[in-house]
Write a protein that binds this ligand. Structure first.
Ligand SMILES: *Cc1c(COP(=O)(O)O)cnc(C)c1O
Length: 390
């Protein structure tokens, strides 16, 4: 059977060259990077090279501004909890948005419930955008940190990070962004954006799973949340995940190769898919912003459809997609992101996210456009709501 992978927002295929770069660190250069002998020193060399590759990808000023972590979730936790705990004497107010990934949202809720912080969850408009003026008005004497994501993992909307970070800087508020969906998939420059901290994850741009990084601008103080050895300049204890870090570095290097051509290819596929769905299926809602959008993200709601059954029907045709975020599927709660954009529970339940990478081809887009209308039609014929309507 034909198999089409369009769930790159959940995770991506590891690039073969990434795997190749990792292999010797399993079989030959397997020393602990903290050891003094040759095995260790060689491994450390690899780790420091990877740090520079990540530094270059996001244009950090110094490789020491990169802390290796176990992924996007840990980077968000370290940024938010680490900063909040190191700076709690200066203030206890944090600003975030209603459409963040759970790695940010649940971390903020934890600080609120357990550690006495107060958190403002900024609303979004129908495109999923936060308002810069509203953000400015929310900043008070007690505000120490703002954490607003760059590209939304569900609906693809790209927030005005540069403007938001500028407002934060003027008010002396430190700014963190969860850029896990953006990094490696579109240009991201921490100096141009003016952010203080930024989270990224290797498996969202053809690197291995379970490894990521947190960019922390020099001068920003964090408390470590992993207490242990002196790794990562005492900012994150635990033996380096050498193979993972090498893979992250290689993925970062590969991401920079012809980035604009890859963005162009993926954007073209995305727009063809959007057009194909809009032209062939009725009673749909386009989610996210039409232009300020991640190159590979397509998200629609289909009225009178239940997202889970749509995913199963697509899977039977070999098409891998998702409904809401991977973390919420399995539960029956509709996506908090779609609800925040103003959709009703019923409509939000019928969501479909198709996420592309540069490994996708045009004929795969054509295949989905060919199969999807029939599937939607069949599911609607079985839907009592649709029956009573027609
Ligand atoms: C995937 C994702 C995360 C979590 O990253 P992991 O490496 O899987 O922990 C965080 N934020 C966003 C926006 C994501 O898409």
């Amino acid at each position: 059977m034909k198999r089409v992978y369009m769930d790159n927002g959940a995770t991506t295929r590891t690039h073969p060259e990434v795997l190749q770069a990792m292999e010797p660190y399993f079989l030959e250069t397997y020393g602990n990077p903290s050891s003094v002998h040759n095995f260790g020193r060689e491994a450390l060399k690899g780790v420091e090279e990877a740090r520079e590759q990540v530094q270059k990808l996001i244009n950090a000023h110094d490789p020491q501004e990169i802390i290796f972590t176990s992924g996007g979730t840990e980077s968000d936790n370290l940024a938010i909890i680490g900063f909040a705990m190191a700076n709690r004497k200066k203030g206890k107010h944090i600003i975030t948005s209603a459409v963040e990934h759970h790695g940010v949202l649940h971390t903020c809720e934890y600080l609120e419930k357990e550690l006495g912080f107060s958190v403002t969850y900024l609303p979004v408009d129908k495109f999923g955008l936060v308002n810069v003026e509203e953000f400015q008005k929310t900043i008070g004497e007690d505000t120490i940190l703002a954490t607003i994501m760059m590209g939304n993992n569900e609906i693809g909307t790209i927030q005005p990070i540069k403007e938001l970070a500028e407002v934060a800087r003027e008010q002396g508020v430190v700014f963190h962004t969860d850029a896990v969906q953006a990094v490696g998939n579109m240009p991201v420059d921490v100096q141009d954006l003016g952010v203080d901290m930024l989270a990224l994850s290797a498996h969202k741009f053809h690197g291995p799973k379970g490894v990521g990084a947190l960019y922390v601008r020099k001068g920003v103080k964090l408390h470590p949340h992993m207490h242990g050895g002196a790794q990562e300049k005492k900012r994150r204890g635990s033996t380096h995940n050498t193979t993972g870090i090498i893979g992250l570095g290689k993925a970062a290097e590969l991401a920079r190769d012809n980035l604009s051509e890859k963005v162009e290819k993926v954007t073209k596929l995305r727009d063809k898919l959007i057009k194909g769905i809009e032209e062939n299926i009725e009673e749909i809602v386009f989610n996210g912003h039409p232009e300020q959008r991640l190159p590979g993200n397509v998200n629609f709601c289909f009225r009178y459809i239940e997202g889970e059954s749509l995913l199963l029907s697509l899977d039977l045709e070999g098409i891998a997609a998702s409904s809401g975020s991977a973390c919420t599927s399995g539960s029956l709660d509709p996506s908090h992101v779609l609800l925040a954009t103003g959709l009703s529970h019923e409509v939000a339940h019928g969501s479909l996210r198709l996420t592309l990478s540069y490994f996708n081809e045009e004929e795969e887009v054509d295949y989905v456009i060919e199969k999807l209308p029939g599937i939607i039609d069949k599911l609607r014929q079985m839907s009592p709501l649709y029956q009573s309507k027609s």
